[in-house]
Write a protein that binds this ligand. Structure first.
Ligand SMILES: Nc1ncnc2c1ncn2[C@@H]1O[C@H](COP(=O)(O)OP(=O)(O)OP(=O)(O)O)[C@@H](O)[C@H]1O
Ligand SMILES: [Mg+2]
Length: 616
C-alpha cells in the first residue's frame, strides 16, 4: 500500500511555480494567453450579476431609460469581444499551444531517458516511476497552467461577486465562507485518497497495458498462435482486471462518502439556509425585491465559484505530488558518467578482478529519491561475473564461449559501460573506463547485441543507426556486402531506402530472422570502429551464410580488434584466443589447439558438438 504523502505548503507552492516556470520557458505565449483568458472569463462570470443588479435598480428606482441603455450597450460590447477572444483562443490557439508544449516536454523526457543507466530499467520501482513520468508529465503541465487560468478566473469572479454580496448583507458572506471551508477539508482528504488510489493501481495498469501490447504487437503474434501462452495471459488479464475493479470499488465507496454525502449535502444545506435567511430579510423589509433577486443569483453563483476555487487550490496539492516526482526524475543523476571525451587510439582492454551482480546494480542506490543511500554489502547477491581477469590487445581476434547464462553477454555490457562493475576495474589503454565520457567511449566500439532490434525505418538508417545522409550510401552498401546481404538487396526495388517493417508503411518489407541479423551486423561495419563486438552474430544464419559471414568478417576486420561470442565452436576456431566462461567465472583461455590439448571444459564442449555434427 502506498505511503500517505505529506507535503508542506511551501513545497506545494514551489513545485507548482516550478512547473509554471517550465511552461513559460517552453511556450511563453501559452502562459500569457491562459492568464489573459482567466481574467476575461472572471469578468464574464461575474458581470452578469452586477449587470442584473444595476439594471433592476435602475428600472426599479428612476426608470432612467438612457442610463439602462448605456449599461446594456457596455455589456453587449464586452460580451461580444470577450466571447470572440474566447472562441479564437480555445478553437484555434489553445490546441496548437498544447501540442507545442507536449512535444517540447516529451523531447526533454526522451533525452533524459536516454541518459539513464541501464540498471534503472532493471529496477521495477524506478521503471514504474519512469513510465509514469513519460505518460503523465505533459498532461500535468497542461492541467497546472489551465487550472491557473481558471483560478485567476474564479478569483476575479468571486472578488467581484463577494463585494456585491457584502453591500447587500455580510451574514450571507459568512455562511458561504463556512461552507467553502468544510468543502476545502473534504477536497483535501479526497486528493490524498485519489493519489493513493492511482499509486495502488499503477502497477496493475502497467501489467494490463503489457498484455494489451502482447495482443496487438506483431512481434508476439507468432508466439501467441503457436504456444499456449494466451491461456496464461488471459488468466492473468482477468485476475488483473478483477484487482483493478476491487480497488476501484474500495475507493469508490470512499469517494461517495466524501463527495456524495460529505460536501454535497453540506453545500445544499448552506444554499437553502441562505435562501431562507434572505426571505426573512425580505419579509422584515431589510432588502427590496431587486436586491433579493440579485443576491439569490449571487449566492448561487458564488457558492459554486467558491467551491470550485477551493477545489482548484487543493488540486495544486495533487499536482505538487506529481511535479515532485517529475522533478526528481528530471534531476536524477546517472551513475555511469565520465569526464574524458578525447578517447585515445585503442591499444588494450583489461579486466582486473571484475565482479558484477545485477541484483546489486539495480539496488535502490539507483532510485532517484535515495540520494544519500549507502548500498549494502554484496554478500548473498548472485554474481553474473566473478573475479574476471583478462587482457585483450589491439588487432586480436577473441572468441568468448560458454553455456547459457555463463555471463558472456554481461561481459559485453560491462565493456560497453552499460553497467559499471560491482568490484574490480576495466582498463582501456590502462585507464579505468569510468574516466571516459560514456558516449564518446562507446563510439570506439561497434557492437551487435544478441537481442538486437530493427527500427521501423529504412535499411540505410538502420545500418547507420539513424545518422544517414546520401553521401553514406556507399558505406551502407559496403557494410551490407560484408554481412552477405547483397543478394537480398538486389531484389529490393528501393534498395537501401527500403522501409523495414510494415508498422508505418504498407510497402514496408518484413525480413527473415537471418536477414534482419545481417542488417544488425552491418551496423558494426558502418563506421571505422577499432573494436568490433558481436554477441552471437550468426545465431540466425544458415551454415553457408555463417561460413561466408565469418570469412568476410575476418577480411573486413583486418587491423581491428574483434570480440565475438558464439555457441558454435566451429566458428571460434579462427580466433587468436578463446575465453571459456562457466557460471560467471573465466575457466579456461588459450587458442583452439591449446584448449583441445588441455582436455578441459572447452574440449568437452567441442567433442559434444562435433559428435552431433557427425551424427547429422
Ligand atoms: N537484466 C538482468 N537482470 C538480472 N539478471 C540478469 C540480467 N541479465 C542477465 N542476468 C543474469 O545474469 C546471468 C548471466 O547472463 P548473460 O546474459 O550474461 O549470459 P550469457 O552467457 O550471455 O547467456 P546466453 O548464452 O544464453 O546468451 C544469468 O544468470 C542471467 O539470469
Ligand atoms: Mg548472451
Amino acid at each position: 500500500m502506498a505511503k500517505k504523502p505529506k507535503q508542506k505548503l511551501t513545497s506545494v507552492v514551489k513545485n507548482n511555480l516550478l512547473m509554471l516556470g517550465k511552461i513559460a520557458k517552453h511556450t511563453p505565449s501559452y502562459f500569457v494567453l491562459m492568464i489573459l483568458e482567466g481574467v476575461i472569463w472572471g469578468f464574464i462570470h461575474s458581470v452578469v450579476s452586477l449587470f442584473n443588479f444595476k439594471l433592476l435598480n435602475a428600472i426599479d428606482s428612476t426608470a432612467d431609460f438612457l442610463y439602462a441603455a448605456k449599461i446594456i450597450a457596455v455589456m453587449a460590447g464586452f460580451y461580444i469581444l470577450a466571447y470572440a477572444f474566447d472562441r479564437w483562443y480555445w478553437v484555434i490557439k489553445n490546441p496548437l499551444l498544447r501540442r507545442k508544449l507536449h512535444l517540447s516536454m516529451h523531447e526533454e523526457l526522451f533525452r533524459k531517458a536516454l541518459s539513464l543507466d541501464l540498471a534503472c530499467f532493471d529496477d521495477p520501482e524506478f521503471y514504474n516511476d519512469f513510465v509514469w513520468a513519460m505518460n503523465e508529465s505533459d498532461r500535468r503541465a497542461t492541467e497546472v497552467i489551465e487550472d491557473t487560468g481558471k483560478l485567476i478566473n474564479r478569483l476575479v469572479s468571486s472578488a467581484t461577486l463577494f463585494g456585491l454580496l457584502l453591500s447587500i448583507d455580510y451574514v450571507i458572506a459568512i455562511m458561504i465562507f463556512s461552507c467553502a471551508a468544510i468543502t476545502a477539508v473534504c477536497s483535501h482528504i479526497g486528493n490524498r485518497v485519489s493519489f493513493n488510489h492511482s499509486k495502488e493501481t499503477n502497477s496493475l495498469w502497467r501489467k494490463k497495458s503489457y498484455i494489451n501490447r502482447v495482443y496487438h504487437l506483431s512481434d508476439y503474434a507468432k508466439e501467441l498462435r503457436t504456444h499456449r501462452a494466451d491461456e496464461l495471459l488471459m488468466r492473468e488479464y482477468d485476475e488483473n482486471t478483477e484487482q483493478i475493479v476491487k480497488s476501484d470499488k474500495k475507493y469508490g465507496i470512499k469517494y461517495f462518502l466524501l463527495y456524495g454525502l460529505g460536501w454535497n449535502t453540506i453545500g445544499h444545506i448552506t444554499f437553502f439556509a441562505v435562501i431562507v435567511y434572505t426571505v426573512i430579510l425580505l419579509g422584515r423589509g431589510d432588502i427590496m425585491v431587486g436586491g433579493f433577486a440579485a443576491s439569490v443569483s449571487v449566492v448561487f453563483n458564488l457558492r459554486w465559484l467558491l467551491v470550485d476555487l477551493v477545489e482548484r487550490i487543493t488540486k495544486y496539492g495533487k499536482h505538487s505530488l506529481y511535479i515532485e516526482k517529475y522533478n526528481q526524475f528530471m534531476h536524477f543523476e546517472p551513475a555511469v558518467v565520465g569526464e574524458i571525451t578525447d578517447i585515445p587510439e585503442f591499444e588494450s582492454l583489461e579486466f582486473r578482478g571484475v565482479s558484477f551482480s545485477y541484483e546489486f546494480s539495480s539496488h535502490p542506490k539507483y532510485k532517484f529519491h535515495d540520494e544519500n543511500y549507502t548500498p549494502p554489502k554484496t554478500e548473498g547477491a548472485k554474481e553474473a561475473l566473478k573475479n574476471i581477469n583478462l587482457k585483450i590487445g589491439a588487432r586480436e581476434k577473441i572468441a568468448i564461449v560458454g553455456y547459457n547464462g555463463a555471463g558472456k553477454t554481461t561481459l559485453i555490457k560491462l565493456i560497453m559501460r552499460l553497467y559499471d562493475p560491482t568490484e574490480g576495474e576495466i582498463l582501456y589503454n590502462g585507464i579505468n573506463i569510468k574516466k571516459f565520457e560514456p558516449s564518446a567511449y562507446r563510439k570506439k566500439i561497434g557492437t551487435v547485441f544478441q537481442d538486437f532490434k530493427i527500427f521501423a525505418t529504412s535499411i540505410a538508417e538502420n545500418v547507420m543507426n539513424g545518422a544517414y545522409s546520401e553521401s553514406d550510401a556507399d558505406t551502407v552498401i559496403d557494410a551490407l556486402r560484408t554481412t552477405d546481404f547483397t543478394e537480398k538487396l538486389e531484389k529490393l526495388d528501393a534498395g537501401i531506402n527500403t522501409h523495414l517493417t510494415r508498422e508505418f508503411n504498407d510497402s514496408g518489407t518484413n525480413l527473415s530472422g537471418g536477414e534482419a541479423q545481417k542488417i544488425a551486423i552491418a551496423r558494426a561495419f558502418s563506421r571505422d570502429y577499432p573494436i568490433v563486438i558481436m554477441d552471437e552474430p550468426s545465431s540466425a544464419l544458415d551454415p553457408l551464410a555463417e561460413y561466408k559471414l565469418n570469412q568476410s568478417i575476418l577480411h573486413s576486420t583486418d587491423g581491428k580488434t574483434v570480440i565475438f561470442i558464439s555457441h558454435r565452436l566451429s566458428t571460434t576456431r579462427i580466433a587468436d584466443k578463446i575465453y571459456m566462461f562457466d557460471t560467471g567465472s573465466l575457466v579456461e583461455e588459450g587458442s583452439h589447439t591449446e584448449l583441445l590439448s588441455k582436455n578441459g571444459k572447452y574440449a568437452e564442449m567441442f567433442r559434444v558438438q562435433s559428435e552431433k555434427y557427425q551424427l547429422v
